[in-house]
Unconditional design. Sequence first.
Length: 227
Amino acid sequence: MNEVPVITIDGPSGSGKGTVSSLLAQQLGWHLLDSGALYRLTALAALKAQADLDDIAALSALAKDLDVSFRTCDGSSQRQIFLGEEDVSLQIRTEEVSLSASKVAAITEVRDSLFARQQAFAQMPGLVADGRDMGTVVFPHATMKFYITASAEARAQRRLKQLQAQGIDANIQRIFEDIVARDKRDSERAISPLLPATDAIIIDTTPLSIEEVIVEIKMHLKHKGLL
Ligand SMILES: Nc1ncnc2c1ncn2[C@@H]1O[C@H](COP(=O)(O)OP(=O)(O)O)[C@@H](O)[C@H]1O
Ligand SMILES: Nc1ccn([C@H]2C[C@H](O)[C@@H](COP(=O)(O)OP(=O)(O)O)O2)c(=O)n1
């Protein structure tokens, strides 16, 4: 049986990995794994169940039993994320869920509970996997690995614009501090810390537009014979 090609795109919050992964998966006609959404969904399920974020057994059971589906409406590139029959696409992006997601993501048992589910996304014709540890832990033998990053200032500016576009009042200093705090927690945790895989291609997107990042990634894919 042929091996399923996997492209991993890891990086910190606001580096653009979600946008780039989704565009790339769409352009290649490949599957997409938004692994951050699984941690966000676990956090949301815990908040809904009023589970204690220190209750490791309860959190890992919630992660294991998540009834999640990623759906795409016909004729639209917009993906919707469902927990059971509820569309939670917006709920999982709130600040409360972001903060809780970063806490549950630091728990080994939660990561273990989500591991097999993430690997099951690798299906023909291929997978683009977006997260923090796609290239280091979940798909260590991926066909091609990218680590995309940007300065904390640039990432804060991007988030500000994103929130303003959604009509949400936001404060740049607060966003910047949140980003630095989340980077620290994601990079310093003992399990699956945010780190580029040794064989990842690192792209600093600070001076680049989304289109320029896609062009650069495609250049590498072409080089590898994937395009
Ligand atoms: N290279 C870029 N230049 C400018 N804005 C970008 C770039 N990449 C992403 N963005 C914007 O930044 C915001 C965060 O991007 P996103 O893909 O959600 O990041 P991540 O998944 O890494 O947290 C989005 O509004 C996106 O449109
Ligand atoms: N593979 C992954 C993906 C996300 N996480 C963590 C990191 C974040 O704190 C949360 C949410 O990740 P997500 O990628 O949705 O967050 P950002 O859009 O980058 O802000 O989950 C992780 O630990 N491992």
